[in-house]
Design a protein around this ligand. Structure first.
Ligand SMILES: Cc1cc2nc3c(=O)[nH]c(=O)nc-3n(C[C@H](O)[C@H](O)[C@H](O)COP(=O)(O)OP(=O)(O)OC[C@H]3O[C@@H](n4cnc5c(N)ncnc54)[C@H](O)[C@@H]3O)c2cc1C
Length: 409
């Protein structure tokens, strides 16, 4: 029987998975990658450790839960962890279900994938920038920037979104899809640092502390995260902020106003705090806060509540100053002015409209034989292994179904 010719555009996480899956299902598979090697972004993931899955990932962790649910039914976190185990990766599960390779090296993930591609006989063509895809009656012609052409029974668009463009994902995949009649929803950076309006940023730059942080919209808390918070010279970062950024950025791009509320002493009650201040009555206020919050925040906090003379004894503070201080320790609001760009973002929110893709197969509803995987689709998840999980799941399905198509001359 003639082997179907499957071409995967993009050798990132989802494209590599799609290629392995298509090859295991009997297709003749070629990856076309614009870089001089595949998997560049994988090496940068999880701070070089590759948080390749989240064992607790479910549909609710993504922007289009019902679509993801169908895909995870076919190939979810459990399948993924088993798949990587079969390639030789021993999983190490950390807090909040995050899964890393036991080697703690992202390169191990790429190494085992490359071994599998080679072992199965997948063709990998690098320095191959795909510029055009033309649909014929029941097949496709792919054109590279250097003029080379390939004929394919199925094409899998695995070009990623726009996050970290220097890794090769600069949004060209949207144009390829649009040229075939697809639509792209609004795209914006997600899992990214936020910029804040505050006179204290220069002073707070580099201060990292654990705490609770809320995202506020119309005076209401719309998301809350606990963990590390990091001030930078332009705003705020850290795992908590990355998690909030998706919702914040969606509102900001709609012209809505949002702010970040920091709880510096979330583990204390109001009574605990009052007792502490009472015990420290004879001491200067700046000194009495030392055991409570990061030392570098104290001066900004006292300025914020209007206590100019920072060594004022606690007992000499006016009741209004004490009240303001207590209130800011529990709730300190910073208006969000914006977010950093795609260069800094871990993921792209938005992408190819999911209504044009069948979640059972990842095949286009507009073009039979055209498939999509990973971040190029309008699917994004939380920070913590969820986006690579999506890449593997969607890649697996696309590869499997793309291999079922044969074009008869
Ligand atoms: C710094 C950083 C850290 C991250 N850490 C994690 C993490 O620990 N856990 C997690 O779950 N997620 C993480 N992510 C997100 C995750 O890496 C991505 O969601 C995932 O890699 C997307 O896979 P993809 O295959 O869709 O796209 P990509 O990995 O972006 O791959 C797309 C590939 O297509 C190629 N390409 C693009 N256009 C063309 C073209 N026209 N012709 C040929 N080739 C083309 C690109 O060069 C690239 O190799 C991180 C992201 C970043 C930026």
């Amino acid at each position: 029987m003639k082997q179907p010719k499957v071409f995967v555009i993009g050798g990132g996480a989802s494209g590599i998975m799609a290629a392995i899956s298509a090859k295991r299902n009997g297709a003749n598979v070629t990856i076309l990658e614009r870089n001089s090697r595949i998997g560049k972004k994988i090496l940068a993931t999880g701070n070089g450790r590759c948080n390749y899955s989240n064992k607790d990932a479910t549909k609710k962790d993504y922007n289009h839960p019902e679509f993801v649910d169908v895909v995870f039914d076919a190939f979810g976190p459990e399948h993924t962890i088993r798949f990587f185990e079969s390639l030789g990766i021993v999983p190490k599960v950390e807090d909040l279900g995050k899964v890393f390779p036991m080697s703690e090296q992202a390169s191990s993930i790429l190494d085992v994938l490359m071994y599998e591609l080679d072992y199965r006989g997948v063709n990998v063509v690098c320095d191959a920038l795909v510029q055009k895809i033309v649909r014929k009656i029941d097949s496709y012609t792919i054109f590279l920037a250097d003029g080379t052409q390939f004929d394919a029974d199925s094409v899998i668009i695995a070009t990623g979104g726009k996050a970290m463009p220097k890794s090769g994902s600069d949004g060209i995949g949207y144009r390829l899809a649009e040229s075939l009649g697809h639509h792209t929803t609004k795209v914006f950076p997600a899992l990214v640092k936020l910029t804040l309006e505050s006179p204290y940023l220069k002073h707070l730059d580099g201060v990292k502390f654990p705490g609770t942080v809320d995202l506020i919209h119309h005076q209401e808390v719309i998301q809350s995260e606990v963990g590390d918070i990091l001030f930078t010279k332009f705003g705020i970062s850290g795992p908590t902020i990355l998690q909030l950024s998706r919702k914040a950025n969606a509102l900001l791009t709609e012209g809505e106003k949002v702010s970040i509320r920091i709880h510096l002493v979330s583990s204390l009650t109001k009574e605990d705090l009052e007792l502490r201040l009472k015990i420290a009555e004879e001491k200067p206020i700046d000194f009495s806060l030392i055991g409570l919050i990061n030392k570098r925040i104290i001066s900004a906090l006292l300025k914020e509540v209007g206590i100019e003379k920072q060594n004022t004894l606690v007992k000499d503070l006016r009741p209004i100053e004490i009240e303001r201080l207590k209130s800011r320790l529990f709730n300190w609001d910073f208006p969000v002015t914006g977010f950093k760009g795609f260069d800094d973002a871990q993921v792209t929110a938005g992408g190819i409209d999911i209504s044009e893709i069948n979640p059972l197969t990842m095949e286009s509803r507009l073009n039979p034989g055209l498939f999509f995987t990973g971040e190029v689709i309008d699917i994004d998840g939380l920070c913590g292994g969820y986006n690579l999980q999506w890449a593997w799941s969607s890649g697996y399905l696309a590869g499997r179904f793309a291999s079922g198509r044969i074009h008869h001359d």
